[in-house]
Ligand binder design. Structure first.
Ligand SMILES: *Cc1c(COP(=O)(O)O)cnc(C)c1O
Length: 434
C-alpha cells in the first residue's frame, strides 16, 4: 500500500486528535510504516527526523532494541492482569524504582497524562476530606498552563483553544500569573520576574487557602504554552507557600519528567519535593500508555483505615499494565547503564553551538534552552505559519510542529551530531522561507 491509500483510508475511518478533520484535505497526515532511532519512515521509504519525540514521549528512539527485548520477554510471561486483587513483578519493581528516584512513594497508575492529573486532583481533595477539611475543594493553576483535556484536567488547564468551548461543563478553578520569563519587562531578570509572579500566588493563597485543596503547576517549563520557561526560585518559593498555607503542591512532570530538563525530575532543580508528582509521556520511552502519581507518606496515611470509603477507590481497567511497566523498567535500565543525563549534557552543549546562527537571526526572539528542550519565537509571521513551517520541514526530511509562532526542538535522547546539524540547518533555511 502506498502513502496515498493510507491517507485516504485514515480520513474516512479515523478521527484524529487535536485536528480539525477538514484540514486534512489540505494537510494530509504522514503515513508512517516504521521507525528507526530518531527517524520516522513512510510507506515510500521517505525518512523524517522526529525532532519532537512523537509529542514528547520518545526518549531512546523508535524500535529501540533493548526496550523491544524487554517487551518480548514480558509477552512470554503475562501481558496483563488486573491490579485490584493481584500484583506482579513489573509493577512492584517499577514502583520501588520510581520511589527511590523521586523520594516519594505509593505509586498509583493510570494510562494517560490526563488521568494522572485527575488522580492527583481527586486524591488531594479526598485527603483533605479524610482529615476533616471537606471545604477544601478548589484548585489554583498557572495562566497558560496545560494539564490534559479530560473534564477535571481541562478545568485546571488554561489554553483557550482547548478550553473555551467546554467552559459550561467545567468546574471553576483559578489561574494566577505565569512566571513565563518572556512576559517580563525588558530589563527584568527571570528571577525577578519569578518573584513578581509568586507574589500573585501568595495573594491568592492568603485569601483562599481555606477552600483550596491544591496548586498544580508544570515545573520549569509550560510545554503547551509554547515551551515557556521560568526560574526555579518560583518552585522553591511555591513549596514554602504551600506549607505555610496548607495547600498541596501537585507537580505535573508529565512532559518534563525523565530527564527532559537535565535532571531526572525538574523539581530537583528547585530542591523541592511536591506532595504529588504526576508522570507519563517519557515513562515508557514512548512505547505504551502509562501514567503514574507518586505521593508523600502523610497523604497516603490519610487514606489508610478500616473504612472502605476512606480509601482511594479510583480505578482504570489497565492500571499498572505489566507490558507498560516492563517498558518503563527498560527505560530506567537505559538511564542507568548509559549515564543518559551526563551524555545529554554533552549533546546539549553541542546543539547550542549548532544553533548559534538561529540565536542570532533577526526574526528570532526569546531563544531559550533547558536540558533537552530548545525553543524560540519567530517574529513577523503570517497566519498559518505553524502549518506551513511543518509542511516545508517535512519536504526537507524534518518532522517538527511549531506551537503558534514558537519553534521548538525536543528530540529523542539518542539524537546524534549529524541529526542535530540537520535540525539546525533545515530550521535556519525555513526562517528565510516561511
Ligand atoms: C501531555 C500533557 C498532559 C496530558 O497527557 P495526555 O497523555 O496527553 O493525556 C498533562 N500535562 C502536561 C504537562 C502535558 O504535557
Amino acid at each position: 500500500m502506498h502513502n496515498e491509500d493510507w491517507v485516504n483510508r485514515t480520513r474516512v475511518a479515523v478521527w484524529h486528535p487535536c485536528t480539525q478533520m477538514k484540514h486534512l484535505e489540505e494537510t494530509p497526515p504522514l503515513p508512517i510504516a516504521r521507525g528507526e532511532g530518531a527517524w520516522l519512515i513512510d510507506h515510500q521509504g521517505q525518512r523524517y527526523l522526529d525532532a519532537i519525540s512523537s509529542w514528547w514521549v520518545n526518549l531512546f528512539g523508535h524500535a529501540n532494541p533493548s526496550i523491544n527485548a524487554a517487551l518480548m520477554d514480558q509477552l512470554g510471561r503475562i501481558e496483563h492482569v488486573m491490579l485490584a486483587g493481584c500484583t506482579h513483578a513489573p509493577v512492584v519493581e517499577l514502583s520501588e524504582r520510581l520511589s527511590s528516584l523521586s523520594g516519594l512513594g505509593h505509586a498509583f497508575y493510570g494510562s494517560d497524562g490526563a488521568s494522572a492529573t485527575e488522580i492527583a486532583l481527586k486524591m488531594s481533595f479526598h485527603c483533605w476530606r479524610n482529615r476533616g477539611r471537606p471545604q477544601k475543594t478548589g484548585y489554583v493553576s498557572l495562566q497558560n498552563g496545560y494539564h490534559g483535556e479530560t473534564l477535571g484536567a481541562l478545568s485546571v488547564t488554561d489554553v483557550a483553544l482547548f478550553k473555551d468551548v467546554y467552559a459550561p461543563l467545567l468546574r471553576q478553578s483559578h489561574q494566577v500569573m505565569s512566571p513565563d520569563w518572556r512576559l517580563a519587562e525588558p530589563e527584568e531578570s527571570a528571577e525577578a520576574y519569578a518573584w513578581r509572579a509568586i507574589g500573585q500566588m501568595e495573594d491568592f493563597l492568603a485569601e483562599c487557602a481555606d477552600t483550596t485543596a491544591a496548586v498544580i503547576v508544570e515545573p520549569l517549563v509550560q510545554g503547551a504554552a509554547g515551551m515557556a520557561m521560568y526560574h526555579p526560585i518560583y518552585l522553591s518559593r511555591l513549596r514554602e507557600l504551600c506549607d505555610k498555607y496548607e495547600v498541596h503542591l501537585i507537580a505535573d512532570e508529565i512532559a518534563v519528567g525523565f530527564g527532559r530538563t537535565g535532571t531526572m525530575f525538574a523539581c530537583e532543580q528547585a530542591g523541592i519535593r511536591p506532595d504529588f508528582l504526576c508522570l507519563s509521556k517519557g515513562i515508557t520511552g514512548g512505547y505504551l500508555p502509562l501514567s503514574c502519581v507518586l505521593t508523600r507518606d502523610e497523604i497516603y496515611a490519610a487514606f489508610y483505615a478500616d473504612a472502605t470509603a476512606r480509601g482511594f477507590l479510583h480505578s482504570h481497567s489497565y492500571t499498572g499494565n505489566p507490558l507498560a511497566c516492563r517498558a518503563a523498567l527498560a527505560v530506567l535500565d537505559i538511564f542507568a547503564a548509559d549515564e543518559v543525563l551526563a551524555s545529554n549534557r554533552v549533546k546539549s552543549v553541542r546543539f547550542n553551538q549548532l544553533l548559534d546562527p538561529i540565536k542570532a537571526h533577526p526574526r528570532v526572539s526569546h531563544f531559550r534552552n533547558i536540558g533537552m528542550i530548545w525553543a524560540f519565537d519567530v517574529n513577523h509571521t503570517e497566519a498559518g505559519f505553524s502549518t506551513r513551517f511543518h509542511q516545508q520541514a517535512l519536504a526537507r526530511g524534518l518532522f517538527i510542529r511549531p506551537i503558534g509562532n514558537t519553534v521548538y526542538f525536543m528530540p529523542p535522547y539518542v539524537i546524534e551530531e549529524a541529526e542535530m546539524r540537520l535540525m539546525a540547518e533545515v530550521t535556519l533555511e525555513l526562517l528565510q522561507a516561511v
